[in-house]
Design a protein around this ligand. Structure first.
Ligand code: URA
Length: 243
């Protein structure tokens, strides 16, 4: 027993930073006022490190990207307006709180955006979901609308527009144009995104300055194939969404 007494206690672990240095935000400094990132914590960076790793299994990719999507959806909802709401608690007291205002719907940009629908449904039960398919027109090389389906009252709703990777911004811009053609004002759209390239974010926010963008991480840039660097490769392929 005496021998154990003489063993010195292990040194305390070095202090861990609560926040990672904002090196990623340095890729875009200052941020446009309509852009909001998730709190850049070490915990969040650990989630991103897993999904960026090319060795990560599909199961882990699904699990950890879903965790990020959930955080993004919650942050998106923080930007929706509320109205005063008073309730009575079981103690008989009155609580002057707030309640959700207005109706929302999700719109996923196919195909990768579809992977974000489940995360939205987990947070907003029975939420209405619309879809937009935009692909590059082989002749003009411009993004072209191939298919869209929306709730019929979409013009009266707040729209959470879902696309995991914002690269050049071409499809996101086209998607917003389609929503606006359906009567949704720019101010009532919130774009929700996992990883943004500064190029796409700049183009998109200049075009729609009053549309809020919620992104988890801002990366360095694009390569010559319009993949985000460092990025995570092809999001749809990593989740192996079967088309
Ligand atoms: N879409 C992806 O899936 N990955 C990118 O890097 C860019 C667009």
């Amino acid at each position: 027993a005496d021998a154990t007494k003489s063993v010195p206690p292990p040194p305390p672990p070095p202090p861990q930073p609560a926040h990672v240095p904002n090196s990623n935000l340095a890729h875009m400094n200052p941020l446009p006022p309509s852009v909001f990132t998730l709190p850049q914590t070490a915990q969040l960076e650990a989630l991103y490190t897993i999904i960026r790793d090319k060795e990560t299994s599909r199961g882990d990719f699904l699990f950890y990207s879903d965790r990020i999507i959930r955080l993004l959806v919650e942050e998106g909802l923080n930007h929706l307006p509320v109205v005063a709401r008073t309730v009575e608690t079981p103690t008989g007291a009155t609580y002057n709180g707030v309640g959700f205002e207005g109706k929302i719907c999700g719109v996923s940009i196919l195909r990768a955006g579809e992977a974000m629908e489940a995360g939205l449904r987990e947070v907003c039960r029975s939420v209405r979901i619309g879809k937009i398919l935009i692909q590059r027109d082989e002749e003009t090389t411009l993004p072209k609308l191939f298919y869209s389906k929306f709730p019929q009252d979409i013009a009266q709703r707040y729209v959470l527009l879902l696309d995991p990777m914002l690269a050049t911004g071409g499809s996101a811009i086209k998607a917003v144009e389609v929503l606006m053609d359906h009567g949704v004002p720019e101010e009532r759209i919130i774009f929700i995104n996992l990883i943004a390239a500064p190029e796409g974010l700049t183009t998109f926010t200049k075009r729609f300055p009053s549309l809020k963008v919620i992104t988890g991480w801002i990366d360095e840039g694009l390569n010559d194939k319009a993949y985000i660097i460092p990025g995570l490769g092809d999001f749809g392929e990593r989740r192996q969404v079967s088309f």
